[in-house]
Design a protein around this ligand. Structure first.
Ligand code: FE2
Length: 392
């Protein structure tokens, strides 16, 4: 930065629903550390992306004068063992601040390390049952290196224990600062850009129709859908800086939106497709998005789970259909499937190895009921199987 350039005013975290994001200036991490009078940093860094994204090069000057302990011994999909190792390393570090640089795994681990350590309890207990009088952990700064999960903007974190997915939710898991710098995503390969971007698009669309949506979450989700629908294909196949920036904003806004509304049926159905059929999260969620949209469009009074009623749900689905540039829900369903296919991602269950009735039963029988309850049209076992068979 030259002397003539004004210094960016860093936002303050005074609204716990809206995490203040700094866009496209990773170097702002140094200013935040200065403001926090930070002398010691616990850095949770993605083993590949911390260097590969260019984050290390930008952050080194800000970290050089501080004591830094790096935790990077973990694999994709955070597990309890990694969390325990992270807490051990964190406790030895005696840090002032936690900094996470990476994708959803690094960010979720950083959230859970700070939160679990602050409770001074076994992390297995902390993820199983929320403490009755929880304590706040150290300030958390996050810089995502993918454009997808929006984890930097949510108060949720995922951890796997014995192969089972646990979602922990608490306001103290929401980071204090998010630095969303699109330059960190420039080295993402097309397949990761596609599946991360689809996660963001699904989160935004699900947020729109969630029974917990609010005017604020709808505003964020609307802008997220606009950006992702316009820029994701280019970001995958021939990305410009503008496409990368747009997708980073789309992912962050979708994160803010689901921080309020939570996700719905496509996410609820996806977890077994991911764990049993090894389909990456964004691809697994996108598989059912179009079919669930068409299903939700047919909501009636008796099946409506949203207290605002079927007319409200119908209008919301119509808003989504129009946002995507279609006239009817059926057209939007087909349009979503063409869009997903254009990203070289699967649109049929048979493409990921789900072909038999017993496999459909396995997915239908292990759906996440908590996420399913956020869907505006109630799903019975029969309707769930019908959706799955329609995309077999
Ligand atoms: Fe997701």
């Amino acid at each position: 930065m030259t002397a003539s350039q004004p210094k960016t005013v860093l936002p303050t975290s005074n609204d716990r629903n809206h995490i203040p994001a700094v866009y496209d200036r990773l170097a702002a991490v140094g200013e935040i550390l200065d403001r926090l009078s930070c002398r010691s940093v616990f850095l949770v860094a993605d083993p590949v992306a911390y260097e590969g994204s260019g984050a290390k090069r930008v952050l080194t000057p800000s970290l050089a004068s501080r004591h830094v302990v790096v935790f990077r011994e973990f694999r994709p999909n955070p597990c309890l063992e990694s969390l325990k190792q992270g807490i051990e390393s964190y406790q030895a570090a005696q840090a002032d601040v936690i900094l996470a640089v990476g994708g959803g795994t690094a960010i979720d681990l950083a959230k859970l390390i700070g939160y679990s350590a602050a409770q001074a309890a076994d992390p297995a207990d902390v993820i199983a049952t929320l403490p009755s009088n929880p304590r706040k952990g150290l300030p958390l700064i996050v810089a995502p290196t993918t454009a997808g999960t929006g984890s930097e903007a949510t108060h949720f974190a995922v951890v796997y224990k014995d192969g089972r997915k646990h979602s922990v939710a608490h306001p103290y898991l929401l980071p204090e600062h998010a630095i969303v710098d699109a330059s960190l995503t420039e080295t993402m390969p097309p397949n990761i850009t596609a599946q991360s971007g689809l996660d963001a698009l699904c989160q935004a669309i699900e947020s729109m129709w969630s029974v917990h949506s609010t005017p604020a979450s709808v505003d964020d989700a609307t802008e997220s859908i606009r950006l992702a629908w316009r820029h994701l294909n280019a970001a995958v196949h021939h990305p410009s800086k503008e496409d990368r920036r747009a997708m980073c904003r789309a992912a962050h806004l979708a994160g803010r939106a689901i921080n309020i509304s939570k996700t719905t049926a496509p996410h609820a159905i996806s977890y077994t497709i991911t764990s049993q059929f090894s389909v990456p999260h964004g691809r697994a969620v996108a598989l059912t998005l179009g079919a669930v949209l068409a299903f939700n469009a047919g909501v009636s009074e008796s099946e409506c789970a949203d207290p605002r009623g079927p007319a409200h749900v119908g209008k919301t689905i119509n808003d989504i259909v129009r946002l995507l540039g279609f006239e009817t829900a059926r057209d939007a369903e087909r349009g979503i499937q063409s869009f997903v296919a254009s990203l070289d991602c699967p649109t049929r269950l048979s493409e990921v190895g789900v072909t038999t009735d017993s496999q459909i039963e396995e997915i239908a029988g292990s759906v996440n009921v908590e996420r399913l309850a956020n869907n505006p049209r109630r799903l019975t076992g029969t309707s769930l199987r019908a959706i799955l068979k329609s995309i077999r």
